[in-house]
Design a protein around this ligand. Sequence first.
Ligand code: BV8
Length: 237
Amino acid sequence: MQSSLTPRLVVLTGAGISAESGIATFRDPQNGFWQHFRPEDVATPEGFAAHPDTVYEFYNIRRAQLADVKPNAAHIALAKLQQAMGDKLLIVTQNVDDLHERAGASVLHMHGELKRALCQHCGESFVWESDFTAADACERCHKSGGLRPDVVWFGEMPYQMMKIDIALYNCERFVAIGTSGAVYPAAGFVESARANGASTLEINLEPSDVSALFDGHRLGPASEQVPLWVDETLASL
Ligand code: BV8
């Protein structure tokens, strides 16, 4: 039963939408992050506790790279669609980069953001755009030794799950772009959308782990497929 108060269209993006901007994905067999780092070492609270310097460096490198990349045609097309649809479109991203925002979109970062720091002493989250380490002090409690990247690691609860679930159970259409469907709960969003009777579309370079759950599939690079899909969607509004 769709509600007029919630988004009609929910879009989920993953690392694949930023690949053509030059940001490595996680599982690319050639240069994916997980080819060079073990997720348990750099994307878990245990890894951070065991070797914080490695984790600070993993995120400092990725944050610094943002200065060298820019949004691609897929980010720009989604921002254009959001301009037309307003709050009838919810864009949820698993990505921690800022390319959606730099293309003009406002998105829900369910796994946090590279450009934010979280203080483990006082719980404050705030914008931090340069490198940081344990020696840096929180801008609210002024204590050092507690700052971590404000990203959601394995075993941690993603942000705004209630808002996402309500949108998934009320939307008319769910579209996943550039994600392998390897990580939950994001990989399960298509099932939530289907359970409410929404139509589902996957736009990806290759079939994902959950492709069989989607009604429709568009295979190809996001920078080509997303603008085509956005133009068709705009024409149907
Ligand atoms: C949690 C942020 C519980 C950090 C990331 C069942 C239900 C719930 C949880 C679980 C479950 N089973 C297991 C779990 C635990 C775990 C999990 O899913 N493990 C997996 C390995 C099985 N999940 C969690 O731990 C989650 N938390 O469950 O909490 C809880 C409950 C109560 C209270 C407390 C806790 C949290 C997971 C979040 C981890 N953080 N990222 C950072 O960025 O460093 S994960 C990271 O990998 C991403 O954020 C993303 O979510 C995930 C998958 O990455 P993708 O974006 O899909 O990228 P990938 O490289 O995999 O794929 C890219 C795709 O793009 C490919 O398909 C490729 O073909 C395509 N592509 C490439 N180029 C292009 C392209 N497509 C188009 N165009 C191109 N040019």
